[in-house]
Design a protein around this ligand. Structure first.
Ligand code: NOJ
Length: 577
């Protein structure tokens, strides 16, 4: 395949420019460190823009870089209008944004407004007295009827936080509890209060005026809650499940439409909005992403990344079947249809590495990473590449709990061990699903700290950087990096990738993922064996040309049958004229 100059998203005047775009997520802490303090930073990102430009991505999404005490690595914001000193300054940010734009890419900020840090001035005011003007900016409630503040079970509801323990913390100053769906240092903002909403919209406009190109909105479907705050039904652990009362609440669509109106209406330029939405159904996703409703361009749904969670939740591992993955992704393709729009992802900073989770990070490492990427990128939707995924970075071999850094894993470990679970079993589940897997430093080369830092990294570098690194892959035509380049180029150059419809093929096959995309006179056929055994399937590709494959010696198909090696992926194209 000849590589041509990508048709960059910035050169179009299409309001839905993001259909032919690919987004690259940077977790700044772990991307590139310029000053040797062991933490990635903005000048570090600037120094690595060549890698992204050569890859061909259109948009960079930065995980939070705002001022923060880092209880949750920046997802706890203390100042929405400043850069945290560990990442740099506003001047560094402006320089990065200028460089990104200069290279024809866009930059999207993380918007974390379901909650702030408990060190945000709004919360400091809010907690200071029951009659402070900002008291109602957060969710404050007295102890449960019949209980004294601090009594066991006195929390206003029985909900369990995403990061273990109750969602309520008692504040001694006023003797009331505040709500935090995540860590105790992440109090939830009260979106019922119009002043809160206006403050958020003003902040968003401030960043857009500074030149950013949009927002990835953190757990945005949690901002509308059932104001009655009812107890949840007890789950496996006996703690109440508050999810039905705080997710996808009654005013969520109203808030999204208001945000669109207040922030984006009448604003020139090409923007991207993507809402992270745990538990969102496809029915709701259609509503959120129908352009006629003016809410969001796309959402991140969670169905496919929850398939390996057992009844006890994410730390209760459950085998993942390819057939379940096909059924789930296929349903989203079908149901979002031509009205809504999908975000396509297999990894991010909250998920284990995709090659370790869905593929084979041993014998078939290269083939499985490229097969998964092929299947994902050629779906209908906007693909997201998480840093290091384009190199096939793998889960980390954390040997002890002392090597972990993530608040979610550490809280879970502590609570589980206190509850009497075997520490090794708990650690083994964390090793499998924990978020630190995605947060080890990007492996740039084979030097002692993988070219990430000259200091001591805040979290250990994966020992496999000696052979798995960007320098080793950049000029190797058979590398995972080069395969991602080719996939991204297909989206830029072939309208059928960006705009075609989707039909699942071989729907009942247990391991082969196959589908067709049609647009005008072109049909694309994607087929991949997502397993470690060779397979032979009934698929007639005789009228097609082979466009791309992830093996060098792919065997020509015989009439009506296709033989695929382990983790082999092929892309065929035909044009009727
Ligand atoms: C979702 C983010 O992706 C995750 O990293 C964070 O911990 C929670 N939201 C809380 O902000």
């Amino acid at each position: 395949m000849t590589l041509t100059q990508p048709d960059r998203a910035t050169t179009t005047n299409d309001p839905q420019w993001w259909k032919s775009a690919v987004v690259y997520q940077i977790y700044p802490r772990s991307f590139a460190d310029s000053n040797g303090d062991g933490i990635g930073d903005l000048p570090g990102i600037r120094s690595r823009l060549d890698h992204l430009q050569e890859l061909g991505v259109d948009v960079i999404w930065l995980s939070p870089i705002y001022r923060s005490p880092h209880a949750d690595n920046g997802y706890d914001i203390a100042d929405y209008h400043d850069i945290d000193p560990v990442f740099g300054s506003l001047a560094d940010f402006d320089a990065l944004l200028a460089d990104v734009h200069e290279r024809g890419m866009k930059l999207v900020m993380d918007l974390v407004v379901n909650h702030t840090s408990d060190e945000h001035p709004w919360f400091i005011e809010s907690r200071s007295s029951t009659d402070n003007p900002k008291r109602d900016w957060y969710w404050w409630r007295p102890a449960r009827d019949g209980f004294a503040p601090g009594d066991p079970g006195a929390e206003p509801t029985n909900w369990e936080s995403f990061f273990s323990g109750p969602t309520w913390t008692l504040d001694e100053t006023t003797g009331e509890y505040y709500l935090h769906l995540f860590d105790t240092k992440q109090p939830d903002l009260n979106w019922e209060n119009p002043e809160v909403r206006q403050a958020v919209y003003a902040m968003m406009r401030w960043w857009l005026d500074r030149g950013v190109d949009g927002f990835r909105m953190d757990v945005i479907n949690l901002i509308s809650k059932d104001t009655a705050l009812p107890d949840g039904a007890p789950g496996v652990s006996g703690v109440g499940n508050g999810f039905p009362y705080y997710a996808n609440g009654p005013r969520i669509h109203e808030f999204m439409q208001e945000m669109h109106r207040e922030v984006f209406d009448g604003r020139d330029g090409e923007h991207l909005t993507v809402g992270e939405m745990p538990g969102v159904t496809w029915q709701d996703a259609v509503l959120f992403t129908d352009p006629a409703r003016h809410e969001l361009d796309m959402v991140f749904q969670f169905e496919h990344v929850n398939l390996d969670h057992g009844p006890g939740g994410k730390f209760d591992p459950h085998p993942m079947r390819v057939s379940d993955l096909k059924a789930s992704l296929g349903r989203w393709q079908r149901e979002l249809g031509t009205t809504g729009w999908n975000s396509l992802y297999l990894s991010n900073h909250d998920q284990p590495r995709s090659v370790s989770r869905f593929g084979d990070d041993g014998l078939h490492w290269r083939e499985s990473a490229t097969a998964l990427a092929t299947v994902l990128h050629l779906h209908r939707g906007t693909p997201y590449v998480y840093q290091g995924e384009e190199l096939g970075m793998t889960n980390a071999p954390f040997a002890t709990v002392g090597e972990l850094r993530d608040v979610e894993s550490l809280n879970h470990y502590r609570e589980s061990v206190i509850a009497g679970h075997e520490p090794d079993t708990v650690l083994s589940a964390i090793r499998h699903i924990g978020r630190d897997n995605a947060r080890t430093p990007v492996q740039w080369d084979d030097s002692p700290q993988a070219g990430f830092t000259t200091g001591i990294p805040w979290i250990g570098v994966n020992p496999n950087h000696t052979w798995l690194n960007a320098a080793a892959q950049r000029d190797d035509p058979a590398s995972i990096y080069q395969h991602y380049r080719r996939l991204i180029e297909l989206r830029h150059t072939l309208p059928v990738v960006a705009h075609g419809d989707f039909t699942m093929l071989l729907a009942d096959h247990p391991t082969v993922y196959a589908y067709e995309r049609h647009h005008e006179d072109t049909t694309l056929l994607v087929v991949a064996n997502l397993a470690g055994d060779a397979v032979d399937v009934e698929l007639d590709v005789e009228s097609y040309d082979l466009l791309l494959s992830n093996t060098e010696d792919c065997v020509a198909p015989s009439a009506e049958r296709l033989a695929l090696d382990p983790w082999e992926a092929r892309v065929y194209i035909t044009t009727s004229s």
